[in-house]
Write a protein that binds this ligand. Sequence first.
Ligand SMILES: [Cu+2]
Length: 409
Amino acid sequence: MENKLIILIVIILGAIAIAQLVRVYEISAKLRKNGEHEVSNRDNRLNARLMLGFMIALFIGFIYLMTTYGWTGRGVAASVEGEETDWLLNLNFVIVIMIFFFTNFLLFFFTFKYVRKPGVKAFYYPHNNKLEMIWTVVPAIVLAVIIILGLQTWNDLVAPTGKEAIRVELFSKQFDWTARYAGQDNTLGKYDYKLTTDNNELALLTSNTIDSALNNMLNGSNGISRIQKLLNNRDTIFNDSTSNALRADLSRKERLYRLLAQMKANHNKKLDASAWDDIIQKDTLVLCKGQQYEISLRAKDVIHSAFFMHMRAQMNAVPGMPTRLKFTPSMTTEEMRKSKNNPAFNYTLMCNKICGGAHYKMKMIVVVKDKAAYNAWMASKKKETFKDKYFPAPAAPVAAAAMDTTMTN
Ligand SMILES: [Cu+2]
């Protein structure tokens, strides 16, 4: 606090000092009886040389930063697709840096070279078609090349993956990620938000989860039966706002109940298997080197964005709008640790959309293993499928908190 005050005072005093200096200069110019617009030859030449000096300092500083912080400061890409993206970004950097040097050289060198000289009149040169043509056509071509290459890379990145890609879903909510592997059949089970219950956080769609959601809606602690009972109880008198709220809640739940009943009627039991074998994984996302992944993104509440910085992959997770991204890890965590000379390094998945108060800590550790280690890890998860986790639960999985989360969606 005190530091800030001192800094503020210094800034204010500095501004006053500059204003005073300008005043002094103006008065002294008046005393010398020439206007301040008449700059002496000596001043002009000094300024011209300073321009040149500034240019050299700017270029040296730029090159120093580029070499110290490593070209673009990104480090190596950790995915096959990321290398492509990096190549494109590097190309853009090369173009931008060339233009940076060229235009700044012209700006400062010309101010130096064409400094005002006594007796020399400025050359009047209003128009040149050829020049106009050059500085229109050349940037147009360069931009076209950048855009076409960019579109190609983008199309590659969002093109559907083949069967060999492993399907993983990332479920995002304030403020964490949950990964769901497609399991043995490599097909992600379907889901519907209305099926959200305590032991089915990802709202996966199976015959059992529909039954359980129906049961919950009817007999849950805040279910339809209880609200009806409350409203019909003649011993209790509610004020208007309470009874209106109860009635609104009841009609919403009845509507949801009808939708769930419809879902049950239309449900194809054959779909159950694709959901049962899914593996739900919190905290750590484990991936296999050299294996392509198709990552589907889902958001429960607000827009999040899955950002795999080292894989150069990012995609928004939007409520109600399925999105996906794909990449193939090309370096294991161990290899990256060695290359960075940092034994504590870990890949991370971070949320890159400011999604609320704890956005900054919405992340997941990503571990890339080689094939053997990955397969061993997968094998260890075999008994942790959605089915394994769902069925040890009590037969009627109704919990007080479940109702609330279901209903506020
Ligand atoms: Cu987020």
